[in-house]
Design a protein around this ligand. Sequence first.
Ligand code: SF4
Ligand code: MG
Length: 336
Amino acid sequence: TTDLLKVRNLKQYFPIKGGILGRKVNDVKAVDDISFEVKAGETLSIVGESGCGKSTTGRAILRLDEPTSGEVEFDGKDLLALSKKDMRKMRKNLQIIFQDPYASINPRQTVRQILSEAMNIQGVVPKDKQEDRIKELMDTVGLGPHQIDRFPHEFSGGQRQRIGIARALSVDPQMIICDESVSALDVSIQAQVLNLLKKLQKELDLTYLFISHDLGVVRHISDRVLVMYLGKIVEIADKKSLFDNPKHPYTKTLLSAIPVPDPTVKKEQIILKGDVPSPIDPPSGCRFHTRCPFATDKCKNEDPELRTNDDLMASGHRAACHYIEEIESGEMQPHE
Ligand code: SF4
Ligand code: MG
């Protein structure tokens, strides 16, 4: 499989205007030098706590906010080199669906208007074919074609997210970035929308970058998972490898917080000390060192690289920790 999206050394720093209380302060390093690929046809999830940089990454890829530096290559094209106009055209191939479908659709437009507007912007479907296409899209996302003249408020939250999906599909994209797209929905509705996304992926050969703070959702939808902490990638792996065999202490902590379906399986619960530090002045060395139960002086001084080892190599599993092997073997024990 080929890489549809390649992100290289992406940085997104936001200046803080006027500083804090008149003092000049550093930029917010929301995303700080990350590189990864999304393969054609797969779902790569980005997971992490709020403020880790996952949504910022999605927005920077689409240039909804211009990234500070780095490279973004989509389908062989350098997105950061495109003019604004060509970038808008490119969004035909690369769509985004947000958390709150109501916020991103115009409440005064009917579904017909919402979908035909999207098609007109990209000039993908001639006017006389749009009605048929809109009905077909409604059918595709599991809403009746007879509902095309209704307004967003006449639909439930889950149905509105289906309209958001139909709008993204209306321009026939190759890839969709889903930013917390099911997070606002009830759990049972979440499952329905996730299943719809999976079905559409198969039928339409779609590639997803799926951004979520919810590991349960991520487990359901992903092929591979990327974990972020304070603007950095701390671990990336196949879903199974990540969930069964997490290597980074932060990933272990995240996973230990989700309930195990089988109550006879004993799971060691790891409690994190303190809050996530500020991305304005992130900790030196390994950014996780202020909360990591294994941290040493080396961790305070040296930023660990995202790396693999002999055991992990074949599966492409990588983690950014100095002590993957020592923690694995038990040679290093968590301190109190
Ligand atoms: Fe913890 Fe050190 Fe590994 Fe960072 S590098 S995760 S602080 S052990
Ligand atoms: Mg977010």
